[in-house]
Design a protein around this ligand. Structure first.
Ligand SMILES: [Zn+2]
Length: 424
C-alpha cells in the first residue's frame, strides 16, 4: 500500500510539473521541537527514519539534546504527529503557519527578477540564476583589471557553472588562494545572496577600505555564488523546497551534492535511497557539479589555503570531520580560526554562532565538501558554515536579513583570512 501511494505521489508530482506549475505548499507548516531527554531524541530519530511514511521533510535533523529539530509537515499529518509528539512530552512550536503564504510573500516582496544594470542591482533581494550570471559578467566588465570569470564545469542539465576570481595588485598563482561557494543546496537562498554581497564588497571596497585592500593584495579570492545551478533554478521555477541536484535516478531526481564527495563516501549520515534528500549518488563524484569543483580545487596543489562551503540554516561555523566525531590532530588550530571568525561575526549585529567539528556541532555526514577539501585536497582551513537563522524562517529567510547576514559574515571571513595569513 505504502509503495502504491509513493508511486501515486510521484505520478501526481510528474503531472503537476509537466503542466509547468510551481509546486504549492498550502497549509504545510514548519514545526520546531527541542528534545530534552534521550527518549525524546530517539523518538525524533525514528520520525526522521520514517519521514517518507509520515510525509515529513526535515529541515534540521535530530542530532543532540537541546538542539532544535525543524521539519515541514503537510496538513493531513498534523493531528497524528501532534499526538505522537505529545505522548513523548514534546510540544511543537509552529514557526511558519502556512508555507505557501511565505513563498508568495517572498515572491512578491523579496525577489528582484530582471537584471537592469549593476547600478540597479538590489543586494537586499534574492535573484534568479540568470541575474546572478548577468551580475557576474557586468562585474567582470566594470572591474576588468581585478575580476575574472571562469567556468568550473557544466551541470547535469547543461548549464555553465561560473565562478569569479577577485584579486588586488600583482596577482600570481603562487599567492595563497581562498575558495568559497554558496548554493550547494538549492533552497538555501541566503547562501548565494550572502556570497554575492561579500563578493561585491571585496570588489568595490578595494582601494577604499584598507583591510580589504590589504587582503586582496595578499590573497587571490575564488568565489562561486551558485554551486548547484540546476537545483537553484528549479527552486525558482518548480519547487521552492528543492535541495539536491537534478540528475535522474529511476523514480526520483537528484543527488545531495554535499554527500557526493570522494571522502568516506556514503557511510554515516548519507542515504543510498535515490528518493532521500541525503542521497549520496550511485558513486562518488557522480555529479558533474561536484566533480568540477573538486577538480578545480585540486588543479594547483597547495594553492588553496581555505575552502568555505556556505549553507543555511542554524548559525554554525564548522570544521572537519563530518563523517566521524573523532577529531583530526589539526582541530585545535582549525577551531581557533573558527573562534576568531565567529567573534568578529558576532561583533557586527550580535548574531550568535556556535563553532566546532561538523559531526558534533550539527550531525554526522559523510562525503561532504569540507571533509574532502581537508582530507583529499589537504586544505587545512576547510570550513562548512550554516548561515542565519535558527529555524524561525529556515530556508524562507526574509530578504531584509540579506544585508545584515552579508555584513556580519564578511567580517567573519576577513578575520578568518587574517588568522590564516598569520597561521599558514
Ligand atoms: Zn545545506
Amino acid at each position: 500500500m505504502r509503495g502504491l501511494l509513493t508511486i501515486l505521489a510521484y505520478v501526481l508530482a510528474f503531472v503537476t510539473l509537466t503542466l509547468g506549475e510551481r509546486i504549492r505548499y498550502d497549509g504545510h507548516q514548519i514545526w520546531r521541537v527541542i528534545p530534552t531527554s534521550r527518549i525524546q531524541l530517539d523518538f525524533l530519530g525514528i520520525l526522521k527514519e520514517e519521514s517518507q511514511k509520515f510525509q515529513l521533510d526535515f529541515w534540521k535533523e535530530p542530532s543532540a539534546l537541546h538542539r532544535p529539530v525543524v521539519f515541514k509537515i503537510p496538513p493531513s499529518k498534523r493531528n497524528e504527529i501532534y499526538i505522537r509528539l505529545g505522548l513523548q512530552g514534546l510540544v511543537p512550536e509552529v514557526t511558519l503557519k502556512d508555507l505557501q503564504k511565505n513563498i508568495e510573500k517572498e515572491d512578491a516582496l523579496y525577489t528582484q527578477k530582471s537584471f537592469n544594470g549593476l547600478e540597479n542591482f538590489d543586494y537586499s533581494k534574492y535573484h534568479p540564476l540568470s541575474d546572478v550570471n548577468a551580475w557576474m559578467e557586468q562585474m567582470a566588465n566594470s572591474y576588468s583589471n581585478r575580476v575574472e570569470l571562469f567556468n568550473i564545469s557544466s551541470s547535469y542539465e547543461g548549464r555553465t557553472i561560473t565562478a569569479m576570481k577577485i584579486t588586488g595588485a600583482n596577482s600570481s598563482d603562487s599567492r595563497p588562494g581562498f575558495f568559497f561557494n554558496g548554493g550547494i543546496h538549492a533552497r538555501e537562498w541566503i547562501s548565494p545572496a550572502t556570497v554575492i554581497y561579500m563578493a561585491a564588497q571585496l570588489i568595490e571596497q578595494y582601494g577604499k577600505n584598507q583591510e580589504i585592500t590589504d587582503l586582496l593584495d595578499e590573497i587571490d579570492w575564488y568565489i562561486l555564488p551558485v554551486f548547484n545551478v540546476d537545483g537553484y533554478e528549479y527552486t525558482w521555477t518548480k519547487d521552492r523546497n528543492w535541495r539536491k541536484t537534478r540528475s535522474k535516478h529511476f523514480l526520483c531526481h537528484g543527488v545531495d551534492p554535499n554527500r557526493n564527495w570522494d571522502w568516506e563516501w556514503c557511510k554515516n549520515g548519507a542515504s543510498k535511497d535515490p528518493c532521500s534528500d541525503t542521497y549520496c549518488g550511485p558513486r562518488p563524484f557522480s555529479e558533474s557539479e561536484v566533480k568540477g569543483v573538486a577538480d578545480f580545487l585540486n588543479s594547483v596543489p597547495g594553492r588553496f589555503r581555505a575552502y568555505i562551503d556556505f549553507h543555511s540554516f542554524s548559525q554554525l561555523w564548522m570544521t572537519p570531520w563530518g563523517y566521524t566525531t573523532a577529531l583530526p590532530p589539526e582541530f585545535p588550530v582549525q577551531d581557533k580560526c573558527s573562534t576568531t571568525a565567529t567573534d568578529a561575526l558576532t561583533a557586527v549585529h550580535g548574531t550568535e554562532y556556535k563553532h566546532g567539528n561538523i559531526a558534533s556541532t550539527i550531525y554526522t555526514a559523510s562525503g561532504s565538501s569540507a571533509d574532502w577539501a581537508f582530507g583529499a585536497a589537504k586544505i587545512l582551513y576547510s570550513t562548512a558554515v550554516e548561515l542565519r537563522d535558527t529555524g524561525e524562517y529556515g530556508f524562507l529567510l526574509p530578504a531584509d536579513q540579506i544585508i545584515p547576514s552579508g555584513e556580519e559574515t564578511l567580517q567573519g571571513l576577513l578575520a578568518m583570512a587574517k588568522f590564516i595569513l598569520n597561521n599558514p
